[in-house]
Design a binder for this molecule. Structure first.
Ligand code: ZN
Length: 357
């Protein structure tokens, strides 16, 4: 069968190759992969700056944002052939740490977790994969065109859960959220904000392309200017770019008791001159919180499925701006300025599937 593989650490080593069928030891659920989403992490692995192959192997099967259909499931697994499913990315560390021990591997304390398609485990960009039943998440059939968005949505479902847990430290009645960055994570974070009944603002630098209209069609407000002008006195900021200046501006732009959630990962070369003393003063005197969040556990995947199932399928489908078949995988990796989410299609349908809800 065909798979997209890479030699981690070697730029330009990604290629389609014939690999063996997945070994039974990889999990008792056999899945036919329908689609794999591409994100910045995949691009970093392909550029040779991230990722690790399984122990004793040279190459890694890429792909962590999956969508597939069950071919075989063991008895009693609550899964059946034909079910639409997504595979969870992270696996707990072998120690395990206190968090991994209770299924909260997204909060792993020792960093010895593994991740499919990223760190020491083969990913999902192959024609067939095996997954352990406890790491398979079921989707309703009508998500067959956009189920590949479950993994990025799980990341924002966790972010929102953490924001709400922090908010409960005091009487808290948030009305507004500012999302910085209108990429897939930002737009999905905005969707979850709208579903919570908040007044949602999204800031990005582009003024053309699909992003401004995607934001407006969500019932949110699009901004292309400065952070502190987008929504003065906002209750929550979700920073999804990792751009140093925007992170700094976010920390200075909330209401008292504000929460700034950082989800973007900075590439980290540019130095920024900043008045940390003034920042510290305002964070302390206003009881502000700034925190980082990454990854997701099973609970967040299930919340993500619920959120996507409640959303407008046609709007979600517009987030997928490009689908390339496996043999033309490079078209999904090379992201254009107007792309939101690009997807590698492993099973292009013979004719377009009807839109359904
Ligand atoms: Zn752990």
């Amino acid at each position: 069968m065909r798979a997209l593989t890479v030699h981690p650490g070697v730029p330009g080593s990604a290629r389609i190759e014939e690999i063996a069928e997945p070994h039974a030891s990889a999990g008792s659920v056999l899945v036919k992969v329908l689609a794999v989403g591409v994100c910045g992490t995949d691009r970093e692995i392909i550029e040779g700056s991230y990722g690790a192959a399984p122990a004793g192997e040279e190459r890694l099967v890429l792909g962590h944002e999956s969508l597939g259909r069950v071919l075989e499931a063991p008895p009693g697994a609550e899964l059946a052939a034909g079910d639409l499913v997504v595979g969870i990315v992270r696996r707990p560390d072998p120690v395990p740490c206190a968090c991994c021990a209770i299924g909260e591997w997204d909060m792993c304390r020792n960093g010895r977790y593994t991740e499919r398609g990223i760190k020491a485990l083969h990913g999902y960009c192959a024609e067939r994969v095996r997954i352990e039943p406890e790491f398979v998440v079921s989707l309703p059939p009508h998500l067959d065109r956009i189920g590949v968005l479950v993994e990025p949505t799980s990341v924002v479902a966790k972010a929102w859960e953490q924001i709400e847990r922090i908010g409960r430290r005091a009487a808290w009645f948030p009305r507004s959220v500012l999302v910085i960055g209108a990429g897939p994570i930002g737009l999905l974070a905005a969707l979850l904000g709208v579903q919570r009944g908040l007044s949602v603002h999204v800031l990005d630098r582009v003024t053309s392309g699909p992003k401004p209209q995607l934001v407006r069609d969500l019932g949110a407000t699009y901004h292309a200017g400065a952070v502190n002008e987008a929504c003065p006195g906002v209750d929550i900021i979700l920073e999804c770019t990792g751009v140093g200046q925007l992170v700094f501006d976010a920390m200075r732009s909330t209401s008292p008791g504000g929460i700034v959630c950082l989800t973007g990962i900075s590439s980290g070369q540019r130095l920024l001159e900043a008045n940390i003393a003034a920042l510290n003063r305002s964070l302390v005197l206003e009881n502000d919180v700034v925190f980082g969040t990454v990854n997701a556990n099973r609970r967040h995947y299930e919340e993500a499925v619920g959120a996507l199932a409640r959303a407008d399928s046609a709007w979600l489908e517009r987030l997928i701006t490009r689908r390339a078949p496996l043999e033309r995988w490079r078209e999904a990796i090379d992201r254009g300025p107007e792309d939101v989410k690009t997807v590698i299609d492993l099973s292009p349908p013979p004719s377009p599937a009807p839109l359904s809800r």
